[in-house]
Design a protein around this ligand. Structure first.
Ligand SMILES: Nc1ncnc2c1ncn2[C@@H]1O[C@H](COP(=O)(O)OP(=O)(O)O)[C@@H](O)[C@H]1O
Ligand SMILES: Cc1ncc(COP(=O)(O)O)c(N)n1
Ligand SMILES: [Mg+2]
Length: 546
């Protein structure tokens, strides 16, 4: 079967996703910027207890720390998820290859599995090196006894260096026990071929066929990874959910440091699932992470062999290198901008921090506290507790108007109106590292905000709204004029919700990064559900080719 040739998108980190309709064989090109795909919906149960998203990896140890358990731990740490470990084998491994394998006994694997699963509220299990059919059987039994939210199976068989990590004896266990209970299986070309009894899997077209055949073995989703596709300019993976095929393409980085990409990809998928992402979102986020991490690490030198490890913790490194400019504000964080309103919270009987927590669980990517009618003391206390929640999830917290509150709680920045403190004065007070946003209705105001050292512009009201009295509506034309005139990223605000966010995002302006919402999230019974719905709408809108 021939598949439509996807167009390769240009630009830095331009992972692209090409949905191929399985029936009519037409393709739809969609692009996702990796930074917008951060899953942030972890599960927190109530005010005082925080449920940490938890992945359990069942895999082998790699002494060189590029792959296996070590890669899984680092990948989960990088994605903000707790990771526990059941070790199935200890390998003596470096950048040259695998010098030895010591298999952990079936009984002791069972003991580790029971220890963790019986006690630690695991959300997602991810498997890597399973060196014997006995281990596959034990895992199958344990997962029946202790069911988890999702199972990610990376059917590791041979290392990149060509050394065997699990022999053909495990194939039956995979086919009969693990794949039918898997939510996703992520074979590379060789593994897909082995699972399919030696079928040739060498081209993108072969990968489509393999994904379909593997899906028939029972897993809910299949990702056939094309890291080893010969002569491919892109790193192409094929995702099949049983209905549609997606070609996930990212630029192929020229680097020797690709040892552990498969383990990392599967762990990232597991981590995103544990945080509440859908499968496709999780896979896209994981693919984007690999591309960024490989690019960041392409020139590092560890070891003398042909297969180096890469650096998973690039974010921490960036901080160490003090390049704060990249880290302090990411314009893509404007995607789903939640603005609180104390009146609405009172109406629905929830605290500010409960509202913020639910919005973040639903996918809010930045939060602004806009509390017009509370005492300073109460505002500061609320800001402190919201900041704790935001920091935990890596979501920036801004304060509306009140520079004093922002400074007192060390929030990430402020949002200012045209009649508040001018942004150039705010910048001198707050210093270079804080985020400053400014509300603008006209191209002139947008130009001024840039001159004054703001980081982003809030443009609105787009549609009529009751949240802000006497607020002139600028409409989609006004938004477009501001975007065109602005050197800064823009977030649209005013009367936007699930039903009308798509046309806003569809205006042809690359610096329009997202929508800010008040009532659509907070004047509703369930903030979490509404935020989730809006998040899906925005992800869909930003991934469609304009
Ligand atoms: N040089 C590369 N540049 C960009 N992405 C890559 C590169 N090599 C592998 N990948 C990606 O890393 C992930 C793991 O793929 P692969 O290397 O095929 O699996 P495995 O490590 O299990 O053999 C895939 O998403 C693949 O596209
Ligand atoms: C313990 C262990 N698990 C998995 C892999 C596969 O990783 P890669 O395919 O990148 O070599 C590995 N080399 N070692
Ligand atoms: Mg690899």
């Amino acid at each position: 079967m021939a598949y439509a040739q996807p167009q390769v998108l240009s630009g830095f980190y331009s992972t692209s996703f090409n949905k191929v309709n399985s029936r009519i064989n037409q393709s739809k090109q969609i692009q996702v910027c990796m930074e917008t795909q951060r899953g942030r919906r972890s599960m927190m149960s109530n005010h005082s207890t925080i449920k940490v998203p938890h992945v359990l990896t069942v895999a082998g140890s790699d002494s060189g720390a590029g792959a296996g358990i070590q890669a899984d731990l680092k990948a989960c740490a990088a994605r903000g998820v707790f990771c526990s470990t059941v070790i199935t084998a200890v390998t003596a491994q470096n950048t040259v290859g695998v010098q030895g394998v010591d298999i952990v006994s079936d009984d002791f694997v069972a003991k580790q599995l029971k220890s963790v699963l019986s006690d630690m509220q695991v959300d997602v299990v991810k498997t890597g090196m399973l060196p014997s059919s006995g281990v596959v059987k034990i895992l199958h039994q344990c997962l029946r006894e202790f069911p988890v939210q999702a199972l990610v199976v990376d059917p590791v068989m041979v290392s990149t260096s060509g050394d065997v990590l699990a022999g053909p004896s495990i194939l039956t266990g995979f086919r009969e026990e693990l794949l039918p209970m898997a939510d996703i299986v992520t074979p590379n070309l060789k593994e897909a071929s082995a699972l399919l009894g030696g079928l040739k899997v060498e081209t993108v077209s072969d990968m489509h066929s393999a994904a379909k055949l593997l899906h028939d073995m029972g897993p809910r989703n299949v990702l056939v990874k094309g890291g080893d596709l010969p002569d491919s300019l892109d790193a192409v993976d094929i995702f099949f959910d049983g209905e549609d095929f997606y070609e996930l393409r990212s630029s192929r980085l020229k680097t020797r440091n690709t040892h552990g990409t498969g383990c990392t990809l599967a762990s990232c998928i597991a981590a995103e699932l544990a945080k509440g992402s859908s499968m496709l979102e999780a896979v896209k986020a994981a693919k984007c992470f690999i591309e960024t991490a490989l690019d960041y690490s392409k020139d590092i030198v560890i070891g003398n062999g042909p297969q180096g490890p890469f650096d998973h913790l690039l974010r921490l490194k960036r901080n160490i290198h003090n390049s704060w400019k990249q880290d302090r504000f990411n314009p893509n964080d404007l995607l789903l901008y939640a603005v609180t309103d104390s009146r609405m919270n009172r109406k629905w009987g929830r605290s500010i921090s409960d509202a913020v927590k639910a919005a973040i669980e639903g996918g809010a990517t930045i939060v602004q506290l806009r509390e017009k009618d509370i005492e300073t003391w109460d505002f500061l206390e609320a800001a402190k507790s919201c900041l704790q929640i935001c920091r935990y999830h890596g979501v920036p917290l801004l304060i509306n108007d009140r520079i004093d509150i922002a400074l007192a709680c060390d929030a990430d920045g402020v949002h200012l109106g045209q009649s508040d403190m001018p942004s150039r004065v705010a910048r001198t007070i707050l210093g270079p590292e804080k985020i400053i946003g400014v509300s603008c209705k006209t191209p002139e105001q947008a130009q001024q905000a840039w001159i004054d050292g703001a980081d982003y512009i809030g443009c609105g009201g787009i549609y009529p709204t009751n949240t802000k009295e006497n607020n002139r509506t600028v409409g989609l034309d006004g938004l477009k004029a501001v975007c065109l005139a602005s050197n800064l990223p823009v977030v649209a605000i005013g009367g936007i919700g699930i039903s009308n966010a798509s046309p806003v995002m569809a205006i042809d302006a690359p610096n329009l990064k997202g929508v800010a919402v008040v009532s659509a999230l907070f004047d509703r019974e369930c903030v979490l559900t509404e935020t989730r719905k809006l998040h899906s709408v925005l992800v869909e809108a930003t991934t469609k080719t304009k």
